[in-house]
Design a protein around this ligand. Structure first.
Ligand code: GDP
Length: 434
């Protein structure tokens, strides 16, 4: 599902460097949105076939003792709400400080796994630095690492990975639907529309973290799980950090879903923020159905839907084969249709095309329109098969896979989409040597 690792610790101990090392990035995946005053980042790390969300709680912008205390309370609060595991970073070079003691005291209340990471241990002769940190009384083992040069991070990752369940273990039979979008696009209202129109909520089941609640919902005779509906509720106030919380929630909900209902605001059109969420969904290989919400507020004529759809699809290129619905929570228009389509998308995402069928249909199309000759060489695709992955991935076996270029890949993808319904589903294409 969406195992979440939160990095906490005093300023300047190297939290961001560790974040960068775990996620393999220099930057946050999603740009900080306005209203997020602090530099906090979250992203996805992958290691040994497991993926998890990493959150860097970032730095302090308040000076003085009160600022420090506030910051620590924020970090620990965030860990309490979101973390499956906490990495508590301390500075080996500086040694144990009263600040560390304060963090440790707060962390002791947490029930999740806590790993103490002693940073700035660049070489093996400095490993003795870890010893004094055992006084913190957190965890049995302290990991000496250098986030900058990578020393010890392999061992740390190994230890982390053993704690993280593999995805199969979490797999539930029910389709998991996430309602995602920027603040104020109408996500909570959508949930209300859904639950008001059918009084058939079966139950609320505990989600991945204590604060997240998944809800089973009976739609068209199918039970589906609406992912992390707690994240939609208002009330909890984290001042300017609310959007940051929202973003973590979004990424977690996407990761633990099969299909996402992505809401955008009809009047605002597709914004950069919407596109960032869209990219999160496609990178996670989840299904997506787009809801152009608040459609009731638009002035329309008989061409509006066509024009809007066209403009939207242009912006979504190259992946624009997605179902789009023009919805309203006020008139309740097309909300149930969108959900119904999302369930179909989730079903289609599971489709396994028989190898014989795939070859029978695709090979003649390829023969009629072969890849362009490259460096004087004919490219021959001989055999096609779907890989046994959870979201569609198709392997094309050919003599010179490296010579198949993007335009031809798009041609193949379009042909796949013409012949099988992969609407709303990212399809990965692989080219391999026969
Ligand atoms: P969230 O932040 O995405 O959960 O957004 P909310 O559901 O809280 O909605 C934000 C605001 O938009 C509220 O004032 C809603 O009443 C309003 N709203 C939501 N959906 C619609 C809609 O379809 N049409 C109109 N006119 N207003 C809507």
């Amino acid at each position: 599902m969406s195992y979440t690792v939160v990095i906490v610790g005093r300023p300047n101990v190297g939290k961001s460097s560790l974040y960068n090392r775990l996620t393999g990035t220099e930057d946050a995946i999603v740009e900080p949105t306005s209203g997020v005053t602090r530099d906090r980042k979250y992203g996805v790390a992958e290691w040994a076939g497991k993926s998890f969300v990493v959150v860097d709680t970032g730095g302090i912008d308040d000076e003085g003792e009160n600022g420090f205390e506030r910051e620590i309370n924020f970090q620990v609060g965030l860990a309490m709400d979101e973390a499956s595991m906490v990495l508590f970073v301390v500075d080996g070079k500086e040694g144990l400080s009263s600040g560390d003691q304060l963090v440790a005291k707060r962390l002791r209340k947490l029930k999740c796994k806590i790993i103490v990471v002693c940073n700035k241990v660049d070489t093996s002769d400095k490993e003795g630095w870890i010893n004094e940190f055992y006084q913190l009384g957190l965890g049995d083992e302290i990991f000496p690492i250098s986030a900058v040069n990578g020393y010890g991070t392999g061992d740390l990752l190994e230890a982390m990975i053993t704690e993280i369940p593999s995805e199969e273990e979490d797999e539930s039979m029910l389709t998991r639907v996430a309602i995602v979008g920027r603040p104020n696009v109408g996500k909570s209202s959508l949930l209300n529309t859904l639950t008001d129109s059918r009084r058939s909520i079966v139950s609320e089941v505990a989600g991945t973290t204590r604060d997240s609640v998944d809800m089973t919902y009976n739609a068209f005779g199918n039970e589906v799980v609406l992912v992390d509906t707690a994240g939609l509720r208002k009330g909890k106030s984290y001042d300017d950090d609310i959007e940051f919380y929202g973003s973590i929630r979004t990424i977690k909900a996407i990761r633990s879903s099969d299909v996402c209902l992505l809401l955008i605001d009809a009047e605002e059109g597709l914004t950069r923020g919407d596109l960032a969420i869209f990219r999160e969904i496609t990178e996670a290989n989840k299904g997506v159905v787009m809801l152009v919400n608040k459609w009731d507020l638009m002035e329309k004529d008989d061409k509006s839907v066509t024009t809007y759809t066209k403009a939207l699809k242009e912006k979504l290129q190259p992946f624009s084969d997605i179902p789009i619905f023009f919805t309203s929570n006020v008139t309740r228009q097309r909300i149930l249709k969108a959900l119904e389509r999302a369930i179909e998308v989730a079903e289609n995402r599971k489709r396994k095309i028989a190898t014989s069928e795939l070859n029978e249909i695709m090979l003649p199309l390829i023969e009629n329109n072969p890849p362009p000759v490259y460096k004087g060489k004919d490219i021959k695709i001989k055999y096609i098969t779907q890989l046994p992955t959870r979201s569609p991935a198709i392997a094309f076996f050919c003599n010179t896979p490296q010579y198949v270029k993007a335009p031809y890949m798009r041609f193949l993808e379009n042909k796949l989409r013409d012949n099988w319904d992969f609407s709303g589903i990212p399809v990965r294409l692989y080219f391999r040597q026969k």
